[in-house]
Design a protein around this ligand. Structure first.
Ligand code: URA
Ligand code: SF4
Ligand code: URA
Length: 253
């Protein structure tokens, strides 16, 4: 088996174990499962995003500004049933933005994106190409949980659209990974089957977009592992071509 794919393994969904001493410090959430797996105190890693390269720490400043502007938003009906606004998290100076659909139950409880079962699988998928949460920024199309995890409606996605746009503007990612049909539709306006769209690298305001299946779909359908793996290799190639650091241990190049 391909060693990188072996890193994902069967979706046992425990903590992702990366080699000790390879984790950056000072990035990402202050606490959480990914961080807890870290060993020694590793060297800080340089930011990779365009904005970060051009403007030093301004991505950090402006992502905080977007959060401030959002406040306790009540622009759509999802505000009535949410427990938390799940704004997004990660390294806003990184080169890669991961976009999901919307918070589920665990995310709504914790206020953090992709921390439930699909999120732990996402960690493994990222790790398979030497990426971890701490060198990505992770956000969703809608910031509040749709009741019973239904797909966000068009008017909800529209109401929340400015937030993701402002996050993209603040971060200036070198590449975007769109997870699932909702992210694909929101960023690219595509309504075709995801299986068709993933054949190409797309473009969102000049930023290359790789489209792949949502990790929740992989949890249901094991046969999607192979195409997702192919898409992740595409992402890895784009990042390498753009000189964006992927950083963590598992990947051998
Ligand atoms: N699924 C998503 O699309 N986003 C999350 O944050 C969690 C699960
Ligand atoms: Fe506001 Fe977006 Fe939440 Fe709707 S989903 S209430 S637009 S933050
Ligand atoms: N669902 C799958 O499709 N594969 C697994 O390994 C576990 C759950």
């Amino acid at each position: 088996m391909d060693p990188l794919w072996a890193a994902i393994g069967s979706f046992g969904i425990e903590t992702v174990h990366l080699p000790a001493g390879r984790r950056p410090s000072g990035w990402g959430p202050a606490s959480g499962p990914a961080k807890a797996a870290g060993g020694d105190t590793p060297a800080p890693v340089r930011a990779g995003g365009r904005k970060a390269v051009e403007n030093g720490s301004s991505a950090l400043d402006s992502i905080a500004g977007v959060r401030e502007r959002l406040g306790s938003c009540e622009a759509c009906r999802l505000s009535k049933t949410r427990n938390s606004i799940v704004f997004g998290e990660g390294n806003p100076c990184s080169g890669v933005l991961v976009v999901g659909e919307g918070p589920g139950a665990s995310e709504d409880e914790t206020g953090r994106p992709f921390v439930g079962r699909a999120g732990q699988l996402l960690d493994r998928i990222l790790a398979s190409v030497g990426l971890d949460r701490e060198c990505c920024y992770i956000a969703n199309v809608v910031k509040c949980r749709p009741p019973a995890n239904r797909v966000p409606s068009q008017d909800e996605a529209d109401a929340c659209a400015w937030v993701l746009d402002a996050q993209i503007e603040a971060i200036g990612p070198g590449v975007i990974l769109a997870l699932g049909a909702t992210a694909m539709a929101r960023l690219l306006g595509l309504k075709c089957p995801l299986g068709q769209a993933r054949a190409a690298v797309h473009d969102y305001r000049g930023i290359p977009v790789v489209v792949t299946y949502h990790p929740a779909a992989l949890l249901r359908t094991e046969a999607l592992k192979r195409p997702v793996w192919d898409d992740m290799k595409k992402l890895r190639r784009l990042m390498d071509e753009a000189g964006l650091p992927r950083r963590t241990g598992i990947d051998a190049g």
